[in-house]
Design a binder for this molecule. Sequence first.
Ligand SMILES: O=C(O)c1ccccc1N[C@@H]1O[C@H](COP(=O)(O)O)[C@@H](O)[C@H]1O
Length: 213
Amino acid sequence: MSTIVKICGLTTADTLEAAVEAGADMVGFVFFPASPRHLDIDFADALGRQVRSRAAKVALAVDADDDLLDAIVEQLRPNWLQFHGSESPERVRSIKRIYGLPVMKAIAVASPEDLSVLPDYAGVADRILFDARPPKDATRPGGLGTAFDWKLLDGVDLKLPFLVSGGINADNVAEALRVTRAQGVDVSSGVETSPGEKDPDLIRDFIRAARAA
Ligand SMILES: O=C(O)c1ccccc1N[C@@H]1O[C@H](COP(=O)(O)O)[C@@H](O)[C@H]1O
């Protein structure tokens, strides 16, 4: 199976086109006001139409309430929901039932104890995303450009595909995949020139490096 490549936090038509044309499997749109990649729902609608089934559209939310999820699903019509907050397994199960969409649940990793929740989520999520645990004073729970110790995933035995993220870029993506044996990678900061400013060349370089890994 080829590596699943997700480019997250797309905010412009140009960078979205670069990601899709370069062969991204998943393109992510962030709905979290504290993020420099936060998207207004109406603009997300336009970007979503631009994708035209060439990649899977992923809506990233952080402890979103039902009204926000309703609006996202209605306007963006995502193929996936990604939850990056403290959504419980019960909440994930209930949202899956309501919208009939697959869910990728992010697990924040900084120590072996962080993996103790895995059995609870593995039973309800369709994919797991291992991301670096943010510092306590962070203004957002992801998209910070910092990596975790990938060796912490040694011995993880999941029956569902998992992706890895956090501080990954074209230079270290091969190593991230080798060490974690993840089925896919997710990147945001690593294809940016500054927070929220994606660069088409960096996107293309990243996808090429991930494919070559
Ligand atoms: O990208 C954001 O701003 C963001 C905000 C809130 C939660 C998650 C967010 N991004 C996710 O973080 C990782 C990528 O991090 P990095 O910037 O490449 O280090 C990825 O899973 C994004 O989907």
